[in-house]
Design a protein around this ligand. Structure first.
Ligand code: ATP
Ligand code: MG
Length: 298
């Protein structure tokens, strides 16, 4: 298990601003083996700072990062796969060589690095680009190389800062599948993203960070349950006043009346709706992760 506890980080003041910037204000969460954790939050919320601290690129002012019950150190991090926000690739190096090089840097033999590179190039649709220098690749293809670099040494843990940004839909699916496979093999995966539908679809659990604090976390199901359920009732040709006295909001859409209710006795509401007109829809609305997110960071 990867456990991140009570991280605090203040960046030094820029000239003219006395206070500095409190980027992390006690953030914490845990990711279990085989769990895909989606890290979401507005721009500047603290996702990258958290990931940099986990990877030892930055030092926290306080708090801890433990892996398998022990403080995370350099040797363990060598077995992690990391995709940094700043995307560090050697621009002049060929795509294939680069992936092999990073594989060897993380302890693979030359033969194993070559084999893993071949597989990743194939999976990520880069086989044709193998001998192209990174600088000559399109942005999305550079991103694919960056991902291959993070994955090549069969990492024990994956920490990926916005791995899906800039990828075309085919590459998004290829990456999603690759991550799901790693996850199934017991690897904890943390990735940040602003693509909330993707996070909702892929992640076992989600953490919503706002101003350096975790404001909500859990499975998407848990987060939904915490939101409270909203009942949506659509009645065509309803007699006026049918919903008087019911909790909730009634709106008109053509000859249909739409009632959104939180709370109340749903069976009573259903009886009233049937009496009033033709019930076209009666069901609990599932808030999307986007709605949950907006609510959590409001
Ligand atoms: N090196 C730095 N010096 C000063 N302030 C910094 C530094 N790095 C980050 N910050 C500040 O820390 C806060 C958190 O930034 P961070 O990059 O972690 O956000 P983020 O959640 O990754 O945002 P985004 O979604 O835009 O990538 C921001 O207010 C940012 O301006
Ligand atoms: Mg960031």
């Amino acid at each position: 298990m990867l456990e991140i506890s009570e991280l605090r980080k203040r960046f030094a003041a820029a000239p003219g601003s006395p206070e500095g910037k409190l980027a992390l204000d006690g953030i914490g969460f845990a990711v279990r083996p085989g769990e895909m954790f989606g890290f979401v939050g507005a721009n500047g919320a603290g996702k990258t700072t958290t990931m940099r601290i986990v990877m030892g690129v930055l030092k926290a002012d306080a708090g801890s990062v433990n892996w398998q019950g022990k403080p995370l150190g350099y040797a363990e991090r060598q077995r992690f796969g990391y995709m940094p926000e700043e995307r560090g690739l050697y621009q002049k190096m060929r795509a294939g060589e680069q992936i092999e090089y990073f594989g060897q840097l993380h302890g693979l033999s030359a033969a194993a690095a070559k084999k893993a590179t071949d597989e990743l190039l194939e999976r990520l649709g880069l086989t044709e680009r193998r001998n192209d220098s990174v600088e000559s690749l399109s942005l999305g293809n550079q991103q694919r190389v960056q991902l291959a670099v993070a994955l090549v040494h069969e990492p024990e843990v994956l920490i990926l800062d916005e791995p899906f940004s800039g990828l075309d839909p085919i590459a998004v699916e290829a990456l999603a599948t690759a991550l799901q496979e790693r996850c199934r093999g017991g690897v904890p995966v943390i990735f940040s993203s602003h693509q909330l539908e993707l996070v909702e679809r892929l992640c076992d659990s989600v953490g919503i960070v706002s101003a350096g604090r975790m404001v909500a976390s859990g499975t998407v199901g848990d987060l939904r349950a915490a939101e409270g359920r909203t009942l949506r009732v659509v009645v065509r040709g309803a007699t006026p006043g049918w919903a008087d006295g019911l909790p909730g909001e009634l709106s008109l859409a053509g000859d249909r009346q739409v009632l959104l209710v939180t709370g109340g006795d749903d069976q009573e509401i259903l009886r009233r709706a049937i009496k009033a007109g033709h019930v076209e829809h009666f069901g609990v609305e599932q808030p999307s992760l986007t709605e949950i997110f907006k609510e959590a960071v409001a």
